[in-house]
Design a protein around this ligand. Structure first.
Ligand code: PLP
Length: 387
């Protein structure tokens, strides 16, 4: 390895999660795997490759450039852009055969014109706003008319229609679902049958299996993360964040450590320095309860986290040496820090921690128990050249 701090991405666990989720969903419900934000920090291309092998029906991202990245690697995968694409960029959507989310007749007309020029039929998903007030057609009669007009465009096909829950409480979510179900019904009465209706994300798919419709859009769940408020299903974390000890020293009572000297030893202590910091996506806000795991034991992070390094208390961890493996976070088993706890300590949520993982940190992909790939985002050539 060229860097001691790395993310271990376990594709066997991804497969386990997909199979488990499928067993919980009603038989005909399709999975749209949400792999925006570089697959929540897991690496979109490697994750997409595995998901395609697992016959996941749809891949979804938030933005055009993410979709184009995927299209470069996967020529025939179904790819949905869930966000807005500017009118002047819709030509790229058509050229790459990507499914665009739209929420106006004008967007439909532009896509229709571009598709005619290219002699293709472009799939779109209609975004319908049932109360989130982010994107989507407003819930009213004019919108129904516009959607029906889009359905008459010759080179645009309304393949799907979706909405998104605010997940404030089950009563409010039901109001949203009912609005959505009603518009689906109204469109049917007007001879518009849409193949892929979808409203549920990870949390909703577990909380309300009865709302799954034709497809569910799953992000957090496939990576092994679930809301703590839901019926727990035994998912496996796909990501483990690891590093290795770079320095070990003893300090005596009264010595300080780190920026601002804001931490003082109250006894003789053994300290290990670790080569990761907030530049690697670890939250800078730590507490008394923030720890890493070395040799199966918890080691508290001391003082202020630096940009690239931090110091931990290894006074009670015996027989350690430079180069020993450290688990920064994992699934909470074997004394490891889990992402729920870490996000609570740092005042954020799991997804934001996952998304903070970045290019400096190489990823090691595991499949059938073996390392299949080590990805260095900062190196152009073959990393084996450095062996
Ligand atoms: C990100 C996103 C999802 C996935 O959310 P999870 O909570 O991670 O499952 C689903 N739908 C839309 C529209 C999204 O933007």
């Amino acid at each position: 390895m060229l860097r001691d701090t790395f993310l271990e991405i376990n594709l066997d666990n991804l497969e386990f999660n997909i199979n488990l989720i499928r067993s919980k969903l009603n038989e005909n419900v399709k999975i749209c795997a949400v792999i925006k934000a570089d697959a929540y920090g897991h690496g979109a291309i490697s994750i997409a490759k595995k998901l395609i092998e697992l016959d996941v029906e749809y891949l979804a991202v938030a933005t055009l450039v993410e979709a184009l990245e995927l299209r470069d690697y996967f020529k025939s995968a179904k790819i949905l852009i869930m966000g807005y694409t500017q009118d002047y960029n819709l030509k790229h959507v058509v050229n790459a055969g990507i499914t665009q989310t739209i929420f106006s007749y004008e967007q439909g007309v532009i896509l229709d014109g571009l598709s005619k020029e290219k002699e293709v039929i472009s799939n779109v998903h209609i975004k319908y706003d049932t109360g989130f007030n982010r994107l989507g057609f407003k819930d009213n009669f004019e919108s129904i008319e516009e959607i029906l007009k889009i359905s008459k465009l010759s080179n645009v096909h309304i393949e799907g229609m979706f909405s998104h829950f605010s997940l404030s409480d089950s009563g409010r979510d039901k109001v949203q679902f009912n609005k959505f179900a009603k518009v689906i019904e109204l469109l049917k009465e007007n001879n518009l049958n849409i193949d892929l209706t979808h409203i549920s994300d990870s949390i909703a798919s577990i909380r309300y299996p009865e709302y799954s419709l034709d497809m569910v859009r799953l992000g957090a769940l496939i990576y092994g993360y679930q809301s703590t408020n839901d019926i727990q299903i035994p998912l496996k974390s796909v990501m483990t964040f690891k590093t290795k000890i770079s320095h070990i020293k003893e300090i005596s009572k009264g010595e300080h450590l780190g920026y601002d000297e804001n931490w003082t030893a109250d006894a003789k202590m053994k300290i290990a320095t670790l080569p990761f910091g907030y530049a690697d996506g670890y939250p800078r806000k730590t507490s008394e309860d923030t720890f890493v795991t070395i040799g199966g034991k918890k080691a508290k992070i001391l003082g202020l986290l630096c940009m690239d390094q931090c110091m931990v208390d290894v006074t009670d961890v015996e027989n350690i040496k430079v180069g020993d493996e450290v688990t920064i976070f994992s699934d909470g088993n074997n004394n490891t820090m889990d992402l729920n706890t870490l996000s609570r300590i740092s005042g954020t949520n799991k997804n934001s921690l996952l998304c903070a993982m970045n290019r400096r940190t190489p990823k090691v992909y595991i499949e059938t128990g073996k390392i299949i790939e080590t990805k260095y985002y900062l190196l152009k050539g073959d990393p084996n050249e450095y062996q």
